[in-house]
Every structure is written in C-alpha cells, then in structure tokens.
Design a protein around this ligand. Sequence first.
Ligand code: DGL
Length: 271
Amino acid sequence: MKEQPIGFLDSGLGGLSVVREVKKILPRENIEYFADKQRQPYGEKSQSELIKFTLQIINFFLKKKIKICVIACNTATAASLKQAKEHFSIPIIGVIKPAVQDAIKKTSSKRIGVIATEFTTKNGAYPKEIKSIAPEIKVFSNFCPEFVSIVEAGKFTAPKTYEVAREYLKPLKDEQIDTLILGCTHYSFLKKIISDIMGPGVILIDPSVSTSLTLKEILIQKGISKEEGKSKENYYTTGLPEKVKKIAKIILSNDNFEIQKVKLEGLEQNI
Ligand code: DGL
C-alpha cells in the first residue's frame, strides 16, 4: 500500500501549490495529479456540478490505485468533500479544515479575512468552519474572480495583477484583519503580491502548507507513508496538455514530466 500513489485534484494549476509542499515533506511519495482545465473555473459552477466532477475524478484515480485523495481545491472541498467521503471508502481530505486550524492558531486580533472563489465565498464554508471551532472570531470574506485566470496565465507578479489585487484586498484591509486565508489553491502563487499589499502586520495562511502537514500525519498514522525509493509522478488534464505544462513547469521548477490528455464521460455536456 505504501507504494500506491496519492491523488490530487483541482480545476487547473492551483492544486500544484499543494503538490509543491507535499514534495518538500514527502519527497518519495508517488503522485497522480488531475487538472480539470476544460471545466474551469470551478468557482462559477453549481454544487451539483462540482459534486459530479469530484466523484468522476476520484473514480478515475481509483483506476490508478491511489491510497488517499487530496481535494487540492477549496471550491471542490466546499462543495463535495462530505459527499466524496460518503461515496468512497479510501481516505479523502480537503484543504479547508487544515487552513482554518492554522488560522485560528495564528490570529491574535480574532479578525480573519478569507479570499476565495465565488462559490466558496457564497457557500460560506470558511466562516462556518471557523465559527464551529471559535465562534468569537470575526470573519471577513471577498471573492477574487480574476485571480484564477491570472495564475493560469502565469502572470504572478505582473503590474496588472497588482492593480486587480489592490481592488480585491481593499475591503479586507479596511476591516483591519491580522490573518488572511488564501482560500483558493491558485492564490498561493500570488503570495508575493498579496503580502506586499496587505503589509507585514497580516499573516497569510496558505492551505497548501497546512494540508500537506495534515496529509503527512494521516499517512504516518495509517502506516502507509512511502519512505524509500524514487517518486513517480503522473499528470492528467481535460484541457490542452501543452498549455498546462507551460506554466506547470515554472511552478514545479521541473521540465521533466508529461501531461496526458484525459477524456471524461459526459464532459462535453458540462461545459
Ligand atoms: N483552485 C480552486 C480552489 O481552490 C478553484 C479555481 C477555479 O475557480 O477553478 O478553489
């Protein structure tokens, strides 16, 4: 079982922020990564669509014999983690709970900001999770629709990205938060800009860091962590592999991997 891979899913490149962290602390694990690029952005989809996409991708992963699945997407976690756990018998983790636990530990003013996709923001997944642990905390949210396409285009520090980010972050700055959750895995790649704008008084919480630590704990606890040998990685997308690879190789600082095109049943009707 130790040799079996870990499956990571996202609508695109965002989940690579989780993979990047996992590779640092679990360098020997075998990885299967799924970027559902053709159906992006997930943030504009409905809950029933998102549940369908998640279950479909996990079914694909089961053929690859994954030992655990990481829903490396906040939107898919908010929409479908519960249903996915009910549906499959393998362990499945999302990115929201680990980020929330981290943020609650770090805030001293008890004023936490969350930036996320439209779906995650409107669904209220973050405030619900925070309030279930610490009801006294005030949560301020905003959604940042353009961030996903900015990251997919690799414009991590472009002047226009600063401009857009300033606008999205202003309401949160005005609320004088001391902790900001990057509630979409894509936003991890905009950390530099977000931190420049929010200033040194605001701690950024990156779910990719907290999730990779949670993943490591679970693998060790279950005795299924792979500690020997080289890691193998397989990448899949429903979109155009060359397009995904162009930015993925910058993110992963590696050129030595292939991305396979995958056709999922019924995909044409979903877009
Ligand atoms: N990266 C995903 C997340 O964490 C969503 C991006 C999208 O809208 O497709 O929410």
